[in-house]
Structure formats: C-alpha cells, structure tokens
Design a protein around this ligand. Structure first.
Ligand code: GBH
Length: 486
C-alpha cells in the first residue's frame, strides 16, 4: 500500500521512548535515593491502583535484552530518562554524587552506542528527589530548585555529554505542575480539591511550580550554551504535551476563542517564555492576575540566554473546547473551558482507544504540528506518540501481541507528519511511546502502551506486531532531508 509516510525524510530520527520510574525498578539498588514517586505510590497505594515502580519492567537488570529489541525493531535512536536521585540521591547542589548511578547510565549509553543507537536523554521525567521536597518544598521553591536542577544538569553534561548529544530538560512540565499541585493525581499529590491528596493550595501552587520548571529548564539550557555546546556540539530542548482543541460549536466564535485559550493555558504557558523569551500568554494574565508569578528582568535575561534547538512534542489526542459561562473559578487551570470528546452535533473527535482520554485524531495532529511550528518556529521532534488498543488491558499475551488498532494509529500519525511537512513544518524525528508496556503512573499496570508485551509476573518481553510495522515504515522512508534539501 502506497502511503504518505514513504515521504518521511531520509534522515528522520527514529526510535522509541521510555521513562526511568516507569521501567527501571531496582529502586533500592545502586545507591539510588527516593523520589516523590516512591513516596506517592507507597504512602497511599490506591492512588496508583496499588502499583508502584519497585520492580516495574526490571529494566535496571534487563537493559541489554531491551536494547536487543531496539536493534531488532530497527531503531536509530532511543529516548530514556535519568533518575535524578540515582545521580544525586539527596538531590541538592551540595550533596554527593553517586558513582554507582553514574556507572549505571554510562552502561546504558555505551550499550546503545555499541548497537549504533543514538541516546536521547531526558533529565527530568517527574521523579524529583524526595529529599528536595522535604528540605524546601521541592518545586514550590522557585529559587532553590532551579539552582539544584542546574547543578544536576551540569553533572549530567560533564559525565555523559562526551557521548550524549541530544538532551531534553523536562518532560511535560504542565503535567508536573497541574497533576502534582492541582488535581493531585500525580506526585507529590498536592491539591485543595482532591480529598485523597495532601493539602496544597490549588489556586496558587501550580503557577509557582510552573515558574520553577521554566526557570530550571532555562538554567540548564543557558549552562549548556555557555559551557558545553562548543565542545560537545549537541542539541537541547524540552518536551511539552498538550492536546489539540477544536471548537465544540463550529459556528460559535466564543468556542473558537476557547480552543485557542485552552491551548495557550497548556502550551503557551511554557512555550512563550521558553521559545520566545516572552511573558505568559495574555489570556493567562487576564484570568489569573497576580497569582501568576512575574518574570523579573533577570529572569528575562536568563530566558534570552537559554535559546534551545528543538520543540519536543508529546502528542496523543485532541478534544473539543466549549467556552465557560461566567467567571472562571479560582481553582480553574484550563482557561475557563469545558473539554469534550464530542462536538455539538455529537460527532466524536476520533476513534476510541483502550483509554478513555485517548482517541485517535490524526487530522488534528497535522493541524497541531502546523500550528506549533508556525507559533514557535523550532524544528519539531515528536518525543512521544502512541496508544493502548481497545480492550488490551484485559487480553492475554497471545491476543495482545496482535495489535491492529496500534498499527493503524501509528500509520495514520506518521502520515499526518508528512502532511504537516507539506504544510511547511520542519519535523525531524519521531519516538513511539513506548518500547515496553510499563507503569502508567496513576493508572498502574493496566494500560499497555508498549510495542513490546511485558508479562509482569515473569517479566518476559514479547514483540507485538506494531513493532515490526514501524520497522518496515522507517526502512522505506525516502523523502527529502529534513532541512528541505535533497
Ligand atoms: C505522557 O503523559 C507521559 O510523558 C508518559 O510518561 C505516559 O506514559 C504517556 O504520556 C501515556 O500516558 O482523564 O484524568 O485520566 C501524558 C499525560 C496524563 C495525559 C493523564 C492524559 C489523563 C487524565 N497524560 N491524562 S484523566
């Protein structure tokens, strides 16, 4: 079947993504310190469906085997995250570096390079050292945490940057700020609206944490630009998530505005300061007033020194936005918008997957890519994209490895990338989420996003059909180079 994805650039970066807490296990090995996710899972197990990352996929002991799979799947690149508390168990800039942790990630990196696979390293995928949370409130202390993050980034650049040339500072700062400090669904589980969570102030904390994340990112990038870029010659960026929004009522200009506003509250919140060195979107200032922390002139000058190389996009789904009537409540984090999966006519935004929040919307993915490229002007890497198949959580292995829904999802989303490239976007790579079925945070081990089936009893891995389909698509890519030349 001739498909648009044959037009993917010949030099398209290609591979699979994971995150430390979701796959590693070995939480008490190698001198690792605790992170806020260890605490979150163990303190109140119902918050994560009684699951935790103590063993997860046992990648800590099985990485060689997992990298053999990457090789079998034809991956040219692999995105993984470093657990901050393996490198600096107590987290802070004056705390000791753990050589065993350094050795572990050196092994991962060397083992990938030996297979010809390019490492893409995320510095932070939600697992703040618990000690920093205890010491000064973690992400709530904007001044302290950015200094500690900068130091942690320095250690990583110094110790791994001779071989790692692709860095992602943060994964999905929006989720850290909102799920960690507004809904309480993720660690550290602070919320003033969720009874299961420890008391936080939802009306202010997410916005403070957002600033701490932005400034931490900026410090790490400014450091890289000043001290490491000229010798290490790598690239650095950030991975932002955010659904694409269409108006619930296509005829209603207020819903059109609500869609844009919803995306500004999600993406512009981080992308304005990070990619444009600009203040938060005006609609955020308007709604949140002085609950949204200001950037000082010093902050702006740091943001200006923190020019990064690419926009990492995590994309899964799209929704409809319906404008709120009346004033937004103080606890609102969405921009006074109701999020819906069906429009006014009752038409669904896309085909259902195995998770209620995720519907397959490839046409809107194209619009999303094109919009983001126009707004921020940076080359885009899709740093996550994937889905669980309908009913997959209840399937036995023999059924689950046959995954036509996922195959179609990947194919459609890769086609959408090609169409956005035709629209003029520069899109340079794609990482499927995920290499393995793994710990899906507060959803536990239910949802399966892997192209490899994980048996959580035996820890045996079995490739699903989609892994081989991806291999085939990428082997056939023959489009012009990603900078537009032939
Ligand atoms: C990404 O987050 C993460 O980076 C990755 O670690 C994760 O495994 C992957 O996506 C798959 O989820 O309607 O209340 O159930 C995506 C962020 C957070 C988006 C949870 C959907 C559902 C909220 N996701 N959210 S709810």
């Amino acid at each position: 079947m001739a498909s648009a994805s044959a037009l993917l650039p010949r030099d398209f970066e290609w591979g699979f993504a994971t995150a430390a807490y979701q796959i590693e296990g070995g939480v008490n090995e190698g001198g690792r310190g605790k992170s806020i996710w260890d605490t979150f899972c163990h303190l109140e197990p119902s918050r994560t469906k009684n699951a935790n990352g103590d063993v997860a996929c046992d990648h800590y002991h099985r990485f060689e085997q997992d990298f053999d799979l990457l090789g079998q799947y034809g991956a040219g690149a692999y995105r993984f995250s470093i657990a901050w508390s393996r490198i600096i168990p107590l987290g802070g800039r004056n705390d000791p570096v753990n050589e065993e942790g350094i050795r572990f990630y050196n092994q991962l990196i060397d083992s990938l390079l030996a297979r010809g696979i390019t490492p893409w390293v995320t510095l932070y995928h939600w697992d703040l050292p618990q000690a920093l949370h205890d010491r000064y409130g973690g992400w709530l202390d904007v001044d302290e945490v950015q200094k500690d993050f900068e130091h942690y980034a320095r250690v990583c650049f110094e110790r791994f940057g001779d071989r790692v040339c692709n860095w992602i500072t943060l994964n999905e700062p929006w989720i850290q700020a909102v799920y960690g400090y507004a809904t309480g669904g993720n660690a550290p589980g602070r919320s003033s609206t969720n009874k299961q969570s420890t008391d936080g102030d939802t009306t202010t904390e997410p916005w403070i944490v957002g600033k701490a994340l932005i400034m931490s990112h900026a410090r790490a990038v400014a450091l890289y630009n000043k001290e490491f870029r000229h010798t290490q010659r790598g690239v650095i960026g950030v991975s932002l998530n955010g659904d694409y929004f269409e108006p619930w009522d296509a005829e209603d200009p207020q819903d059109a505005e609500a869609s844009e506003r919803r995306m500004e509250f999600h993406i512009g919140w981080f992308a304005n300061p990070i990619f444009l060195a600009k203040d938060y979107p005006t609609c955020m200032r308007k709604q949140l007033g002085d609950r949204l922390p200001e950037f000082t002139p010093d902050d702006f000058s740091l943001l200006a020194q923190a020019e990064c190389d690419f926009y990492g996009m995590n994309y899964y789904t799209a929704q409809f936005a319906k404008h709120g009537t009346g004033e937004a409540p103080l606890t609102d984090v969405l921009g006074n918008v109701e999020e819906l999966q069906h429009d006014k006519q009752g038409t669904p935004v896309g085909k259902e997957s195995g998770l209620h929040w995720l519907r397959s919307c490839p046409d809107l993915f194209r619009k999303h890519l094109t919009r983001i490229y126009k707004l921020y002007g940076k080359p885009i890497y899709i740093t996550e994209n994937g889905c669980p198949c309908p009913g997959e959580d209840k399937m036995v292995k023999e059924e689950a490895v046959n995954d036509p829904y996922r195959i179609q999802y990947f194919q459609d989303h890769l086609d959408a990338i090609c169409k956005s490239i035709e629209d003029g976007s520069v899109i340079k790579g794609y990482f499927a989420w995920s290499l393995l079925d793994n710990l899906e945070w507060s959803d536990g081990f239910g949802p399966r996003f892997g192209v490899t089936y994980t048996d959580y009893v035996t820890l045996e891995r079995t490739p699903k059909k989609s892994a081989l389909l991806l291999k085939d698509i990428i082997a056939k890519r023959q489009g012009p180079l990603s900078n537009g030349t032939h």
